[in-house]
Design a protein around this ligand. Sequence first.
Ligand code: GRF
Length: 184
Amino acid sequence: MSFGRQRWALFISGTGSNLHATIDLRDHVDIALVVSSKHQAPGLLKAKRAGIPTLVLEPKINWDLLHQELIKHRVQRIFLLGFMKLLPEDFVRRWEGQMLNVHPSLLPLHPGLKSIEKALIKKDPVGVTVHEVIHEMDAGEKIFQKRIHPVPSGMPLESVEQLVHLLEHRLVRESVRKWKIVPT
Ligand code: GRF
């Protein structure tokens, strides 16, 4: 039995280190489109250098147009990789079951922003979650979740963030390689 290559759209807003980690996998997955909510997102440059089509969203996003662009690029899966815009319910409904998000905490602990910092302040466990996207933010079914253990006490936030990003890259790669692979 062989497995079809999934066509992914990767949504970013910033640095793009998770995008970069996914670009490394181009022997296994098709990255059909990189969508950015920001013109100046460094991740866009990474996509362009890799020859991947890119789309920059206007400040006032036309979600229908975006949906049509995704269909035009024959996108089958969407991965939110640090995409800092809330998705409207209609858009989520259209892509439900085909969309993942990576989040730097052990959800349901610390959804939203500054999750790593909040976990350290609360002395909560630190880790990463890859989950399906539903309308409620950072709340869909967990696909992969892993704890960073131990986090040496007193470790500076920046160092913990680096550990978290490395773990994110691993779980993001595992997700695009394994999630819902359709036998052909
Ligand atoms: C990651 O920590 C991700 O979990 C969060 O935003 C950050 C994006 O990082 N949602 P990068 O742009 O992929 O480096």
